[in-house]
Design a binder for this molecule. Sequence first.
Ligand code: 13P
Ligand code: SF4
Length: 350
Amino acid sequence: SDPNLVERAWAAKKALGDRLFILGHHYQRDEVIQFADVTGDSFKLAQQAAARPEAEYIVFCGVHFMAESADILTGPDQQVILPDMAAGCSMADMAAAQQVEDCWDALVDAGIADSVVPMTYMNSSADIKAFVGRRDGVVCTSSNAERALRWAYERGEKVLFLPDQHLGRNTVVRELGFDLDDCVVYNPHKPNGGLTTEQLRQARIILWRGHCSVHGRFTLDSVNDVRERVPDVNVLVHPECTHEVVAAADRVGSTEYIITAIEEAEPGSAWAIGTELNLVRRLANQHPDKRIMFLDKAVCYCSTMNRIDLPHLVWALEELVAGRVPNRIVVDEDTTVNARHALDRMLALP
Ligand code: 13P
Ligand code: SF4
């Protein structure tokens, strides 16, 4: 690879000046994150996407659903670019629009649709956000899932939570005091989600059967092992982890929460972090006075986040300098209008 990539990236960034705004999610590689004008979790990046109306080009160093959200939230003259189109998200892919329509039909057939507020995690396609917006629901991220759920339960008796079953379950059980029995899991690969009408009627929350393949790899054994090896360790995990892991952890929160917790931690304290490895490594490098380790022995990068590497970023920036717009993410008008309702509702949460 070209040893001048770093120089080329800085040169292209300089040439584009204020016309360019680079957003970087915390799971991005260090080689990419150094060029971000703003870094953040999904919530902060959604807010920031709209923060530079004068920027013509928003280069999104993250995954596809985040770039779609940025396109929905930015003005018509702003163009959103994803440096590698293959940077998707396996969780977002677990809920397809037709499957969600079929699920809603099942709720209608069970006679409960009128009492269900649909809600989707940010980690979903623009189509799913539009589905939710059309039915007066809300988007949430891992930093505001509790507030969004409280908002939803002021409006309906039940919630359909898409597509991350773990974030939904963890939040209602930990923050809203639900029992595990109040939750049912809708499996889109089975007729009627694999649920009886009675189960749908009894449930307080219907969780979509989706999960994050990265956070899903942490297990109760990972937690027990690290507690054995490092007796004074604090276990800090992301709410996309399973309920078992979250229940065994000391602290739980979004990537932005995890960063703040480490910044505020006592020097010398020990932390085992259950989230993506690029972020954990960066925190360990930035805080040499604290003992920061990865929660599991096996490495755990998000392979799609990692697709955005320096060669892809340089290519995208140099294309822009040459007057071409590569890998533009465009959400159609109807989807944008409806998805925007659900996103705006989230951004307006108190
Ligand atoms: P947050 O950025 O909301 O913490 O989500 C983590 C994640 O998995 C993003 O894909
Ligand atoms: Fe998707 Fe998980 Fe990767 Fe986030 S970490 S982009 S939820 S696969």
